[in-house]
Every structure is written in structure tokens, then in C-alpha cells.
Design a protein around this ligand. Structure first.
Ligand SMILES: NC(=O)c1ccc[n+]([C@@H]2O[C@H](COP(=O)([O-])OP(=O)(O)OC[C@H]3O[C@@H](n4cnc5c(N)ncnc54)[C@H](O)[C@@H]3O)[C@@H](O)[C@H]2O)c1
Length: 315
């Protein structure tokens, strides 16, 4: 398959590119490197530095003729979306429409879209199924939901097949730990810096963490599935932040004590996505247990940090 991966220099996108290359696919990456990193990009992929909103996107589609587009490029921060909803909508809605218009003109067979649990808003019931009401409480959730609806409407009008994947909290190597990155990478980096992880609230809030390789594999499964639809991609298991720290303490064989700060207004107490539909329709289920994923992630950041220190010493 000829695959186009937008956001392929980012955290999840770069793992997807690695998987596609390993499976023998021809991969083109588009990324403007706003949060991504060129070093993440597999050397066997073709890299084009470009914004998904650019009119030049047309040349990428005409020159490389993808069969399938994996659209991951996004403004992916809830906080940023609240600070700047116009920018959020430009990237997440206008950028997506630009991609869809090019899919239409170039007869792309399928688009796989990275969506989010944020489209559900505050859960009315747990675990959250795909049937749960979509009632976002951030502009990020709104722009992702609007993007989902554009994709469905392009399917109705032009027959472009799609799979919408709504991810839970993704974690793993290469995740950004500055700003709003995932809680696991932020915790690990504080631990490695000998600083206590900060828990906002009691630590009893629960989340559903899914390892990044499982998410990449869900994208690949979606690309070969005949099913058009929307699927939660999650571990299906909720764990509290206190339990998460216990697991990290166990792996490192030291007791990690957090610093507690005030609960952040608007934070959801509990979130867990049901993942049975993805198993049924995409033949996908998560492989990585949390402990295994955490261990790989810890090893990655430990090595990464020692390389940074070595780099600093050499300077
Ligand atoms: N990480 C998670 O827990 C999570 C959860 C739910 C959904 N998602 C979604 O998964 C996708 C990937 O997220 P991620 O965590 O890998 O984030 P990321 O920030 O690491 O990756 C996004 C990539 O898109 C690129 N990008 C951003 N704006 C662009 C633009 N206008 N043009 C071209 N490239 C652009 C960035 O440079 C980056 O490489 C996003 O769509 C995000 O909304 C992520």
C-alpha cells in the first residue's frame, strides 16, 4: 500500500510509520514539525515538510498517489484549544478538510482518522461505548467531533471509506513531556530528574492508558478492514493515578511519593473506554500490559536522558 501519514514526525504518527515500513508499505510523511521531531521519522519514509492547511498539499497527492491516508496531524492539546480556539479549528477542521478535498480529487480509497475520548465530554456511564452521547467540554473535543462529521459527510457524498479511531490516554516512548504531554511521560521525567510527580487532586481519579504500539497496530488493522465506522481504542481498564505510581515504584524498586496539589477545575474524575467493538470489527485488541509498556517507556526515557547528559558534557 502507498500510505500518507500526516503528523508522522509526532509521537503516535512516528510509531505508525515504523510499523507501516516494517510491514513493507511505501510511506510518505507530511509534518510541519510544530510538536513533532525530524529524528522520530523512519529513514525509509519519504518526508515532506508541510502544513496540512497548505494549498501545496495537492502536489503531494498528485505526485505520490496514496491509497490510504492516516490523518494524525493536529493541534492535540486541550489547554491550547481553550487558549486559542481559532488556531485549533484551523488545524483540526480546515486542515482536515484540505486533506479530504485532496482525497476526493485523487480517488483515495480510505482515510483513518485519529480522534479522541474528548469527543464524549463528561461520561454519563462507564465504560464509555461508541454509542455514548458526544458532548465535548473543550474546543479540542469540539474540533475533533466536527472533523469526524466532515469525514462521515465526505463518505456519504463521495464514497471515501473511513475509520475513526477514538483513543484513550496514549503513552510510550517519544511522547512529549513538556507542557501537556501524557501524564505517564510527565511522571517519568520528574522521577528521572529526582523530582516528585505532581498529582492534582487525591490521586483516586482513574484513566485508561493504552500503549502506543497498540495504537499504531489499530491504525494498520483499520486500513485493511472492510468496516467503515468509529471505534474506541483503549485498554478497557481504568487505573487510578495512585495505582500508576505504585506500578512505577514497583518497576523501579523504590517508593515514589507524589506531591499533591489542588484538583484542576474541569478535570474528569473517571474515564475508561469500552474496546469490544474494535475487537469485533477490526480484529484488534491491546497486546501490551500496563507494566510491560511502562517498563519500555521508563527504559526509553532513562536512555534518552543519559544521552542528553552525555551530549551536554561533550559540548
Ligand atoms: N497522545 C494521546 O494520548 C492522544 C489521545 C487521543 C487522540 N490523540 C490524537 O492522535 C494524534 C497524534 O497525537 P500525538 O499525541 O502523537 O501528538 P503529537 O503532537 O506528538 O503529533 C502531532 C503531529 O502533527 C504535527 N502537526 C501539527 N500541526 C500540523 C500541521 N498544521 N501541519 C502538519 N503537521 C502538523 C506535529 O508536528 C506532530 O508531529 C492527534 O490527532 C491527536 O489529537 C492523541
Amino acid at each position: 500500500m502507498k500510505a500518507l501519514v500526516t503528523g508522522g514526525a509526532g509521537f503516535i504518527g512516528s510509531h505508525l510509520v515504523d510499523l507501516l515500513i516494517n510491514e513493507g508499505h511505501e510511506v510518505t510523511v507530511i509534518d510541519n514539525l510544530i510538536t513533532g521531531n525530524k529524528e522520530n521519522i523512519n529513514s525509509n519514509a519519504r518526508f515532506i515538510f508541510m502544513d496540512v492547511c497548505s494549498p501545496d498539499l495537492e502536489t503531494v497527492f498528485t505526485e505520490h498517489g496514496p491509497d490510504c491516508v492516516f490523518h494524525l496531524a493536529a493541534q492535540a492539546s486541550v489547554g491550547e484549544s481553550i487558549k486559542d480556539p481559532i488556531k485549533d479549528s484551523e488545524i483540526n477542521i480546515k486542515g482536515l478538510i484540505n486533506v479530504l478535498e485532496n482525497c476526493k480529487k485523487n480517488n483515495v480509497k480510505k482515510i483513518i482518522f485519529s480522534s479522541t475520548a474528548a469527543v464524549y465530554g463528561t461520561p454519563m456511564s462507564l465504560p464509555i461505548t461508541e454509542e455514548h452521547i458526544t458532548d465535548p467540554i473543550s474546543f479540542y473535543g469540539v474540533s475533533k467531533l466536527a472533523a469526524e462529521m466532515y469525514i462521515k459527510t465526505y463518505n456519504i457524498l463521495y464514497g471515501i471509506d473511513y475509520t475513526i479511531l477514538r483513543y484513550a490516554n496514549v503513552y510510550g516512548p517519544r511522547q512529549n513531556y513538556n507542557g501537556e504531554g501524557g501524564v505517564i511521560s510527565i511522571f517519568i521525567n520528574r522521577i528521572l530528574n529526582h523530582e516528585p510527580p505532581i498529582i492534582l487532586g487525591t490521586g483516586e481519579q482513574t484513566r485508561d492508558f493504552i500503549y502506543v504500539s497498540d495504537v499504531a497496530r489499530a491504525n494498520l488493522k483499520a486500513s485493511i478492514s472492510e468496516d467503515v465506522g468509529t471505534f474506541n481504542i483503549s485498554s478497557g481498564t481504568a487505573i487510578s493515578l495512585t495505582q500508576l505510581l505504585d506500578s512505577l515504584s514497583y518497576i523501579r524498586s523504590v517508593k515514589i511519593s507524589p506531591l499533591y496539589q489542588n484538583h484542576r477545575i474541569g478535570d474528569i474524575a473517571h474515564s475508561c473506554l469500552e474496546n469490544r467493538m474494535a475487537e469485533l470489527k477490526l480484529n484488534w485488541k491491546p497486546i501490551y500490559k500496563l507494566e510491560d509498556g511502562l517498563k519500555i517507556t521508563l527504559d526509553y526515557y532513562t536512555e534518552h536522558q543519559s544521552n542528553l547528559v552525555k551530549g551536554a558534557i561533550h559540548k
